[in-house]
Design a binder for this molecule. Structure first.
Ligand SMILES: NC(=O)c1ccc[n+]([C@@H]2O[C@H](COP(=O)([O-])OP(=O)(O)OC[C@H]3O[C@@H](n4cnc5c(N)ncnc54)[C@H](OP(=O)(O)O)[C@@H]3O)[C@@H](O)[C@H]2O)c1
Length: 353
């Protein structure tokens, strides 16, 4: 086999890492490519599920003795601690790897230190190759670990004039089946789906990740979270159907903000504590406005249907903006047509403190 450059190997490792998206929490996605001393690929691996072997271990097992004197190209700094599996730094040293090339350092204080251990053992370590690309592939986990609360994606559906229902309250369906299938795929990549009690009372959603055509549930289900200050979620609500874990988060349990409602920052901190790294906020306009006003939304995914209603509730209510100068500025990062609809992805620009 022809030899490949470290840069090409890192690109491949980043693609491998992405295969674990949605399945590794509370761990990161990680990919690894092992090159022998001549630069030929002798092993590849990715972290497929929490508790399973790390990417480096999978690649080392494939490479066997050919790892000796070679280079391990890894998207994240190899771990240095014994959790459900042993430290990857030690496994790389034991296999005789001569050089380790890392894209992003590990921000997790429990697992970091792999680079130092490798260096102390005489292994050459480089950090920062294709860092931006690897960072983007692991953005939810990295963001969540650095600051201690989950990466939050607000998803909504609306007509071209920004409405989420007609004047008579009907809203099924604003967007196409193609968009709704896309949303279920998005649910499959997060650890929790969040809705306000208003949405639960109005729509009685299941909030599961499933195949829309035959209703079968995805193997891995996000935690369903209902933000419900005083515990109004009915006993027979579909979110309580046992198809996935559900947490009805009340103000008594989480803590209350100045308005007596659930303290949203405390809610996110508790979700992080429960292992949630990426969460999808699915509704509705009151809760979305409150999360945006608090500056807690990291990404927005809007499904915009080519329809006009002219009247009816809007997709977003009070987000703390009263004058145009205070509008929440967004940076568009992607616009894709999904069936007849547009899926618009945007990042709120951070405000000056
Ligand atoms: N188009 C879309 O994408 C979309 C998505 C979802 C829902 N919807 C629509 O939205 C409608 C429901 O609207 P909604 O605004 O009532 O639903 P919501 O935003 O899901 O729920 C609002 C409720 O959340 C509770 N809450 C708890 N803590 C809060 C906090 N800190 N800040 C704000 N709210 C908090 C409040 O009730 P308590 O104070 O009692 O806790 C509040 O009334 C439905 O008709 C549904 O179809 C549309």
């Amino acid at each position: 086999m022809a030899s490949v450059s470290v840069d090409e190997a890192m690109r491949r490792a980043i693609a491998l890492a992405a295969r674990g998206l949605g399945a590794t929490s509370p761990n990161p996605v990680v990919g690894c490519v092992l090159l022998d001393a001549d630069g030929e690929v002798v092993g590849e691996g990715f972290h497929a599920y929490a508790g399973g072997p790390h990417a480096e271990i999978v690649a080392l097992a494939q490479a066997g003795s050919r790892a000796r004197g070679g280079t391990a190209v890894v998207t994240l700094e190899p771990c240095d601690h014994t959790g459900r599996t042993g430290p990857c730094s030690h496994a790389l040293i034991a296999a005789g790897v001569a050089r380790v090339v890392v894209a992003v350092p590990d921000p997790n204080p429990v697992a970091s230190g792999g680079a130092a251990t490798l260096r102390a053992a005489g292994v050459q370590v480089e950090v920062g190759v294709r860092a931006e690309e690897a960072e983007a592939g692991n953005v939810a986990w990295l963001t969540s670990m650095r600051r201690g609360w989950p990466y939050l994606i607000w998803k909504y559906a609306a007509t071209l004039d920004g409405r989420s229902a007609a004047a008579d309250g009907t809203s099924m369906w604003i967007t196409s089946e193609a968009s709704r299938i896309d949303v279920h795929a998005l649910r499959g990549t997060v650890d929790a789906v969040i809705a306000g009690v208003g949405t639960v009372l109005a729509d009685d959603p299941r909030l599961t990740a499933r195949n829309l055509r035959d209703g079968t549930l995805a193997i891995r289900q996000p935690l369903r979270v209902v933000v419900d200050s005083s515990g109004r979620t009915p006993a027979q609500a579909r979110v309580r159907d046992g198809a996935a874990r559900t947490w009805v988060a009340t103000a008594a349990e989480v803590g209350a903000g100045p308005d007596g409602r659930v303290d949203l920052a405390a809610l996110l901190a508790e979700l992080h504590h429960r292992g949630v790294r990426a969460a999808l906020l699915e509704g509705g306009p009151t809760l979305a406005g409150a999360f945006l006003a608090a500056g807690l939304v990291d990404r927005i995914v809007g499904y915009v249907a080519p329809k006009l209603l002219g009247a009816g509730p809007t997709a977003l209510l009070d987000a703390g903006v009263t004058t145009i100068a205070d509008a929440i500025d967004l940076e568009l990062t992607d616009v894709t047509q999904v069936g007849p609809d547009l899926r618009i992805t945007a990042l709120p620009r951070k405000r000056e403190a």
